[in-house]
Design a protein around this ligand. Structure first.
Ligand code: UD1
Length: 419
């Protein structure tokens, strides 16, 4: 996926079936290594980050089969100790989950540089601190991290994280899942994808308490293969809801858990956007425009950082948006790389420290470059709502997290081609 060409300014309406969560798939697929058995995954999204994860597992010796009906079977019994090629691991952030999984199964893990979107520094000190509490020793040489368990093996530990990091919580849960004594992770992340990983590890045989709270207790042991159906992707769903609001709507996202989208739903309603929910769907429409508001990103259940660029683009779209608004980024140091690109379309945005100030203006079609996954989604949203032909280059970044993008957008009336 190189380029997305959009003939924008059309009203979008209809239904979008939401796929499985990318951010849940990565820790669960890597976490499967500690089961040492055969796992079958349903609703695994066919996005490039997931396909790369499967390639990494294959390089490590896992046997992967795409089953009829869409399920994917991964046999982890054949996984060998070792480190996969840097070209694969450096492409996705989720490769950090190899550290916990390989350390727990083989007593040694090695990773040369994890990739992912560039949001400024993305240290893994909390992951390493947790592993050291379990008795492991880590060495970092440049981008290379090597972690080794002590000769007697890892031991359970009480770990207090400095911040509720999704990555550190998941990595430590994976490692703790093979230890028979109780490990405790305090100040843990409560994101739905962390709960999904807990659910998967429980099905594989671990005992886990406190899921969705800031204290997770894990008692593990010998695990086995299992079947797991991925939770819906709340960020994909949120992106389509923002697109629906930007382009009139109503756009209905189906197959979702509305609870995961509470912060977004609350924000959209505050902006005067009509949002209706039922058990498994959420619908957004804004026939007469909407007002800007102030949004602050923070760990779940607050407003997700992965919807920051999309809500900012929604507010930048005058005259549908009125007033003035802001987005304050409280999770990552630097998540404003999309701002310069939106400005190419005429957006009036001022980024100062962690806050972006937004004054809605009438945008014009332009050729822009996607800087990262969600930043690219924000540019796509702006292009869909703006009259004329826009091009989004470096579109592979968007393909990392949006399954069947062209088909889903056409299904709600967009004139879009993916090249
Ligand atoms: C995951 C998601 C990403 C999402 C983010 C927050 C995946 C593959 N990525 O990223 O899409 O935006 O959660 O919901 O699931 N931090 C440290 N030290 C650490 C770990 C984290 O300082 O050891 C900091 C980070 O730099 C960042 C903050 O903590 O500022 C949150 O990071 P974290 O929750 O770990 O995000 P990721 O797991 O990288």
């Amino acid at each position: 996926m190189e380029k997305i060409i959009v003939n924008g300014g059309r009203r979008l309406s209809g239904e979008v079936m939401i796929g499985g969560s990318k951010n849940a798939s990565l820790p669960i697929l890597f976490g499967g290594i500690v089961t040492g058995g055969c796992c079958v995954f349903s609703r695994l999204p066919r996005v490039s980050d997931v396909l790369r994860t499967l390639e990494i597992l294959k390089c490590l010796g896992a046997r992967i089969r795409f089953l009829q009906g869409g399920d994917v079977r991964v046999d982890y019994s054949t996984v060998r100790a070792g480190s996969p090629p840097h070209t694969l691991t450096s492409a996705i952030r989720g490769s950090t989950y190899l550290l916990g999984a390989m350390l727990a199964r083989f007593g040694r893990a090695e990773l040369l540089g994890a990739g992912g979107c560039d949001f400024g520094a993305r240290p893994i000190d909390q992951h390493l601190m947790g592993f050291s509490m379990m008795g492991a020793a880590s060495t970092c040489i440049g981008d290379r991290v090597i972690i080794t368990a002590p000769p007697e093996g890892l031991h359970a530990a009480r770990i207090v994280l400095a911040m509720p990091s999704v990555g550190a919580t998941a990595n430590l849960m994976i490692a703790a899942a093979v230890l028979p004594e109780e490990s405790i992770i305090e100040n843990a992340a409560a994101e739905p994808h962390v709960s999904a990983l807990a659910d998967f590890l429980q099905r594989a045989g671990a005992e886990i308490e406190g899921v969705g709270t800031d204290t997770i207790r894990i008692k593990g042991g010998k695990l086995c293969g299992t079947h797991y159906r991925m939770i819906p992707d709340m960020i994909e769903a949120g992106t389509y809801l923002c697109m629906g609001a930007a382009c009139g709507g109503p756009v209905r996202v189906r197959g979702v858990d509305p609870k995961h989208l509470s912060a977004l739903i609350h924000t959209l309603r505050r902006m005067g956007i009509t949002v209706e929910t039922d058990r498994e769907s959420v619908t957004a429409s804004a026939f007469d425009g909407y007002r800007c508001t102030n949004v602050v990103t923070a760990p779940y259940p607050d407003f997700p950082t992965d919807l920051h660029p999309q809500i900012a683009a929604l507010m930048a779209l005058g005259p549908r948006a009125s007033g003035g608004g802001s987005v304050t980024e409280n999770v990552f140091d630097s998540r404003f790389r999309y701002v310069e690109e939106l400005k190419q379309m005429g957006a009036s945005l001022i980024a100062e420290n962690r806050t972006l100030k937004i004054t809605p203006t009438t945008l014009h079609a332009a050729c822009v470059t996607s800087p990262d996954l969600r930043g690219g989604a924000a540019l796509l949203l702006a292009a869909l709502a703006t009259k004329g032909e826009s091009e989004i280059c470096n579109a592979a970044t968007v393909g990392r997290g949006y399954e069947h993008l062209e088909q889903k957008l056409r299904g709600i009336g967009a004139e879009v081609s993916v090249i």
